[in-house]
Write a protein that binds this ligand. Structure first.
Ligand code: NAP
Ligand code: 8YV
Length: 309
């Protein structure tokens, strides 16, 4: 009999096929009665594939040994609760660094040159009545990166290719990095033209980008959030964008996504993206492969490829 696992949400076809080859997979997201399914499989399920797992679900699955998160960010998993219950947690690091770094530069150029708005300008037949306005460039500007980690470093390399000056903030200075380190985020925002967020979500970074940081970035400054919506005081962000006290923002993540405050929709100094950071076939398939690899390693009693707990 193959091991029984619980899948919490839709995963990629290849990942689901590989899981199905090796395990008996119970799909919570397809269950007409989720609680009934959980009660029925609780005596046998030893693993979860997906995300959004808190102590309530952990306590309903007494045999649970491992949660294989689909994503590098695991803020949707209560890791303290998992640790307390000797449940392992894995994520999908590195395989998505390039995809996220690429969209970050794409969002920066789209915002600097208002590409979505320019596209609409042409589609609405406005060009014959006049040229689209002159805008700004990345080269020669300073970009401050909040979170010079696996993805942040890939973003830094690409910003350098754009002839930008890179500086960074995090809890620790990284002596091997050639960039200037700021121990205060508000100081980095003041000295930067662009502020790129790529640090983890969760309590420790909740609203770390508050009104003070946004005001320090200022009317010529641009915010790019490819981390988590929870890092930003979204109400203050919207207000400052509407008041033109912040130059612009490119947002791939939101506080209550997929709900997005409608106030952003009418703004021409904003580029909006529906959490597309890793949304490519090759990257999502690699993320799925890592979910499978962690579960296979666990049940084989081998070291986990990417454990966080
Ligand atoms: P990582 O390698 O762990 O890097 C995280 C960086 O954030 C580190 O440099 C760390 O530096 C800094 N950091 C951590 N906690 C901090 C805090 N409390 N205050 C300030 N800085 C802090 O992670 P990664 O693989 O690059 O991924 C980063 C995040 O990107 C993920 O957690 C996820 O939320 C997000 N992400 C989004 C997408 C998307 O689709 N938009 C896709 C993938 C990932 P210090 O240790 O020095 O503080
Ligand atoms: C995923 C992400 O899209 O890896 C992350 O942390 O934010 C994205 O790669 C997201 O986790 C959805 O599963």
């Amino acid at each position: 009999m193959s091991e029984e696992i619980l899948q919490t949400h839709k995963l990629l076809d290849r990942c689901e096929a590989e899981l199905g080859k090796r395990f008996t997979v119970h799909k919570l997201h397809l269950a007409p009665d989720r609680e009934a399914l959980i009660r029925e499989v609780a005596p046998r399920v030893r693993a979860i594939a997906g995300g959004n797992v808190g102590p309530e679900l952990m306590d309903k699955l007494p045999q649970l040994e491992i949660i294989a998160n689909f994503g590098v960010g695991y803020d949707s998993i209560d890791t303290a609760a998992a640790r307390a219950r000797n449940i392992r947690v894995t994520n999908t690091p590195n395989v998505l660094n390039d995809a996220v770094a690429e969209i970050t530069l794409g969002l920066m150029i789209a915002l600097a040159r208002r590409i979505p708005q320019a596209d609409q300008y042409v589609r609405q037949g406005k060009w014959p009545s006049g040229n689209f306005p002159l805008l700004t460039e990345l080269n020669g500007k300073t970009v401050g990166i909040l979170g010079l980690g696996r993805i942040g470093k890939e973003i830094a390399v690409r910003c350098q290719a754009m002839k930008m000056r890179v500086v960074y903030h995090g809890r620790h200075r990284q002596p091997d990095e050639p960039f200037i380190y700021y121990d205060k985020l508000v100081d980095m925002a003041r000295d930067s033209d662009w502020l790129v967020l790529i640090a983890p979500g969760g309590k420790a970074t909740e609203k770390i980008v508050g009104r003070d940081v946004l005001e320090a970035l200022g009317p010529e400054g641009f915010l790019v959030n490819v981390a988590r919506g929870t890092l930003v005081d979204e109400a203050a962000l919207l207000e400052l964008l509407q008041a033109r006290k912040l130059g612009g923002a490119a947002l791939d993540v939101f506080e209550k996504e997929p709900q997005v405050p409608e106030g952003f929709f009418a703004l021409d100094n904003v580029v909006l993206s529906p959490h597309q950071g890793s949304a490519t076939h090759q990257t999502r398939n690699k993320m799925g492969d890592l979910v499978v690899a962690n579960l296979v390693a666990h049940f084989a009693g081998e070291p986990l490829p990417s454990a966080v707990v």
